[in-house]
Write a protein of this length. Sequence first.
Length: 86
Amino acid sequence: MPGGGNIILMPKNAKNKAAAAVFIHWITSAKAQTGLNATFGAAPQHPDADDSNALIDNAQRAYSSEFFTSEYATEAKKAFVQNVLM
C-alpha cells in the first residue's frame, strides 16, 4: 500500500491472486478502516468508516494538498511501477 494506504493494488506476479483480492476487499472495507482508525489513528479512506479517532478528521482533510509536487509525484509513480510492479 504505497502512500500510507491511500493506494492498494495487486502485484502482477502475485502468487495467490484470489487471496490478494480477498485481502484488498477486507482492508478497504468500512469495518477494517474503522479498526485501523481506532487502533492507529489512521485516516480511513472508506466513506462509511468511523473517523472519530483520526489525527485529522474528514472535514479538515478536505483542505489537504499533495505531499509531492506533480513533477516529483509523476517520477515517483513511474519508478514504483518500473521497480515494484514490473
